[in-house]
Write a protein that binds this ligand. Structure first.
Ligand SMILES: [Fe+2]
Length: 287
């Protein structure tokens, strides 16, 4: 196991549950970024059979192995999917200069309604300005399970985030999140490496939970305009695309996932899920 100081904390986990993504800017050092791009150009990054333990993938010397074995990256992986998850697949995305097309918005793989989730890491080895496209993601879309390109006809979404970043940045994504590769309108190649990982353990309190009690002990009622940064506040935060500005369905989905991850079946945000579970069985005694 990686040292606790590299693991995610409870607020970061809440952010992942709420938005289906975490972003880590300029995490990987530049000498590794350059080595990865050289390896992509040389075609030396080889894949592995699906289901191979990650620890057996990318043996030295391997720049991708160097990225994945960084303690900061191991901390992210272990917090989300546990120690030594399984390699599912990887993809090396290269977009040519002035490429005349963009990828349609989609969810990866097939419809997948498990509460357990896979993680997709996207790694950007060079600076990505907006005109280079980058990967576009729709935060909070991970509970709206879709079948691959079913939504490809839609071009833009309220609240979408283009991955404009510096070299060495990393995205950790829930497998259900909506995303696409945008058009590269520069004279440079664009590179992105993606890997999907499957958990081998029950996703139960895998992160650094030292702050869990403190961050969930706040009163569960959140008043309008109140500034808070605890788990309940993060899980109650609206995305711009939520219907009627409320997104009650998404908040209920987030609560269910937080209960799954923490084992706390009484956890709630406001009264959203407790209300739905209120099914009295006591008969009123008649005099
Ligand atoms: Fe994709």
């Amino acid at each position: 196991m990686v040292d606790k100081k590299y693991m995610l904390n409870s607020l970061q986990m809440a952010e992942f549950v709420a938005r289906g993504m975490l972003r880590f800017d300029e995490l990987v050092p530049n000498e590794i970024n350059q080595a990865v791009m050289d390896a992509i150009d040389a075609g030396t990054i080889t894949s592995h059979p699906a289901g191979t333990p990650l620890s057996e993938c990318y043996p030295e010397p391997s720049p991708i192995g160097q990225v994945l074995r960084m303690p900061e990256v191991q901390g992210i992986i272990q917090s989300l999917v546990g120690p030594d998850p399984l390699f599912d697949h990887h993809a090396i995305h290269v977009r040519k200069p002035y490429e005349g097309k963009a990828q349609g918005m989609h969810g990866d793989s097939i419809i997948d309604t498990r509460m357990h989730f896979d993680v997709q890491l996207m790694y950007f080895p060079h600076d990505v300005p907006l005109e280079m496209g980058g990967t576009l993601v729709v935060p909070g879309s991970h509970f709206r399970r879709i079948n691959e390109m079913d939504i490809a006809r839609y071009q833009n979404f309220s609240g979408q985030v283009p991955m404009v970043c510096k070299a060495g940045s990393l995205l950790a994504l829930h497998h259900g999140i909506w995303h696409c590769g945008r058009q590269n309108k520069t004279d440079k190649m664009r590179y992105m490496y993606k890997i999907r990982l499957n958990p081998r353990v029950r996703q139960y309190r895998l992160w650094n939970t030292d702050d869990l009690e403190e961050m969930t002990k706040q009163p569960q009622t959140i008043f309008a305009g109140e500034k808070r940064s605890d788990v309940q506040a993060i899980l109650a935060k609206q995305e711009p695309w939520f219907e009627n500005g409320e997104g009650r369905l998404e908040i209920v989905n987030r609560i269910k996932m937080w209960r799954f991850l923490t084992g706390d079946d009484n956890f709630d945000v406001h009264y959203w899920l407790t209300r739905l579970e209120n099914m009295p069985e006591n008969r009123m005694e008649m005099a």
